[in-house]
Design a binder for this molecule. Sequence first.
Ligand SMILES: *[C@@H]1O[C@H](CO)[C@@H](O)[C@H](O)[C@H]1NC(C)=O
Ligand SMILES: *[C@@H]1O[C@H](CO)[C@@H](O)[C@H](O)[C@H]1NC(C)=O
Ligand SMILES: *[C@@H]1O[C@H](CO)[C@@H](O)[C@H](O)[C@H]1NC(C)=O
Length: 238
Amino acid sequence: MGHVMHLIPAVVISGIVLLYTATTKAAQGNLTDLNGTSRTPGRSIACRAAADVIFILDASAKVVDESSYQKVVDLASAVVRSFIIGDADVLFGGVTYSDDAKKLFDIKDFKTHDDLTKALKDSHLLNMSSRPDLGLDFVGYHEMFSIDLGGRYNAAKLVIVLLAGKSERSDLTKEAAKNLANEGVVIIAAGIGSDVEPELVDIASSELNVFKVKSFGHLNQLIKEITSRVCQVSKIKD
Ligand SMILES: *[C@@H]1O[C@H](CO)[C@@H](O)[C@H](O)[C@H]1NC(C)=O
Ligand SMILES: *[C@@H]1O[C@H](CO)[C@@H](O)[C@H](O)[C@H]1NC(C)=O
Ligand SMILES: *[C@@H]1O[C@H](CO)[C@@H](O)[C@H](O)[C@H]1NC(C)=O
C-alpha cells in the first residue's frame, strides 16, 4: 500500500514531464505564419520590416582563404536569420565579386532561412582582384530589384556591400554606388581592415551606414549593427 501511494505521484510526475517535453519540442518546431513563411526558432527577430535586401560579398583575393570567406558568409547568414523571411517581410538576393561579378541567387529564389543559408554557404572564393564596382553595377544592370526577379513595390530596397579591403578601383566603386543610390537603393557598406574606411564612406548612402572591423574574426560584431540599420531604413510594420 505504501508502495502504491509512492508510485502514483511518481507516475503522475513522469506523465507531466513527458507532456512538458512534448510541448517544448512542439514549441521548438518551425513557426509558420499564415502566409507560409517560416522562421527559425530560438532566435529573436530584429524587427518586422518589409525590405528587399541584396548582399554584394567580397570573394576576391583580399579575402585570402576559404575559411575567411566562410566568416563573410556566416555574417550574411546571421543577418538573414535576424529577419522573418517572406513575401510580406524580408527577402534576400546575393552577388559575389572579384574581377567579375557572379549572381548567387535572386530575391525570388529562396524563402526560408535554411535555403538562404545553404545558398550562401555553397558559394566560394573567386580569389582574383577586388572590383566591388562590378558587383554594384551587376545589381543595376541585371535589374535584381525588379518585380520579375522578386522585388516588391512596397518594400525598401537595400544592398549590403562587404569589402575585405580597399578595392582596385575606388573611383569606379564610388560611381557605381552613386548610380545604384540614384535608383532609390539604400547602400550599407561594411569592411575589414585599416585602409578600407574612405571607400566605405564613398559607397554608403549615409555615414550611419558604414561599419568596420579590424579582422575577419571580428565580423560577428557587425550582425547587430547591420540588422539594426536595416530596420532603421526599412518600413517597419506593426
Ligand atoms: C523545419 O524546416 C526544415 C527546413 O525547412 C525542415 O527540414 C524541418 O523538417 C522542419 N521542422 C519541423 C518541425 O517542421
Ligand atoms: C588564391 O590565389 C593565389 C595566387 O594565385 C594562390 O596562391 C592561392 O593559393 C589561392 N587561394 C585559394 C584559396 O584558392
Ligand atoms: C499575408 O500576405 C498578405 C499580402 O502580402 C498580407 O496582406 C497579409 O496581411 C499577410 N498575412 C499574414 C498573416 O501575414
